[in-house]
Design a binder for this molecule. Structure first.
Ligand code: 13P
Length: 247
């Protein structure tokens, strides 16, 4: 089963989010047999979680690794408990705009796993790093640093999302061959860190300008097990098209 995840980022008022969710929730019978996940804003997450949603899972876009305390503006996993199953960690926008380094991403991954959330760990190279042939080096460093101290048993609850920074919101997606090559490499690194059996079981998502018209080619690749979608997840129609393309 593929995981088709929507990252709404800082979009949709609570009212708009509720309308989208109710629309989507009424169409779940039309969904291909995939796991579907929505990551709205915190406020919308709180409201959406009150709606009965058997076939749609919920996730948070961010959190802080401490349980409580003097961290103005932050939201902890204790606060999120009961509202969602998944949490995004290490998204490139958090890394570049909010200066989150790998060490902080690692603390968040460990906290999420300890609190029994499913983290979606985002990794990806910049356009400059790709041009300099540093893609594999950067991804391997990110994986090793962000997964430090994560046991083989714990990693089974984690999902990795490969999001090349140059493909996010640009309309320039990685071709299916490029994405497959990187996903295969990620699985090799995870095999070295854990075992082949475990690495094979992990879901590897692709993110970066996924649209209804490129979803089919991308999902046909052996090591692509789903998507993390920004722009195209903001309209019910395009999101459902992607869910159904990813059979
Ligand atoms: P786009 O689909 O808008 O390129 O965004 C991808 C992304 O960052 C999802 O987390």
């Amino acid at each position: 089963m593929n995981l088709i995840a929507a990252n709404w980022k800082m979009n949709k008022t609570v009212k708009e989010a509720l309308k989208f969710f109710n629309d989507l929730n009424s169409k779940t019978d039309e969904f291909a047999d995939n796991e579907v996940l929505i990551c709205p804003s915190f406020l919308a997450l709180s409201e959406i979680s009150k709606i009965k949603h058997e076939k749609i899972k919920l996730g948070a876009q961010n959190f802080y690794f401490e349980d409580s305390g003097a961290y103005t503006g932050e939201t902890s996993l204790l606060i999120l408990k009961g509202f969602c199953e998944y949490v995004l960690v290490g998204h490139s926008e958090r890394r570049s705009i909010f200066k989150e380094p790998n060490q902080l991403v690692n603390k968040k991954v460990l906290a999420a796993l300890n609190h029994h959330f499913k983290p979606i760990l985002c990794i990806g190279e910049t356009g400059d790093e790709r041009q300099k042939n540093k893609t594999n080096e950067v991804l391997s460093q990110q994986l090793k640093a962000c997964l430090k101290g994560v046991s083989e048993n714990q990693i089974k609850n984690l999902v990795v999302a490969y999001e090349p920074v140059w493909a996010i919101g640009t309309g320039k997606n990685a071709t299916s061959a490029m994405a497959q090559e990187v996903h295969e490499f990620i699985r090799e690194v995870l095999t070295d860190m854990y075992s082949q059996t475990t690495a094979r079981q992990l879901k590897l998502l692709y993110g970066g300008s996924v649209k209804p018209d490129n979803a089919k080619d991308l999902i046909a690749q052996e090591d692509i097990n789903g998507f993390l979608i920004g722009g195209a997840s903001l309209e019910v129609e395009s999101f459902v098209e992607i869910i159904n393309a990813a059979k």
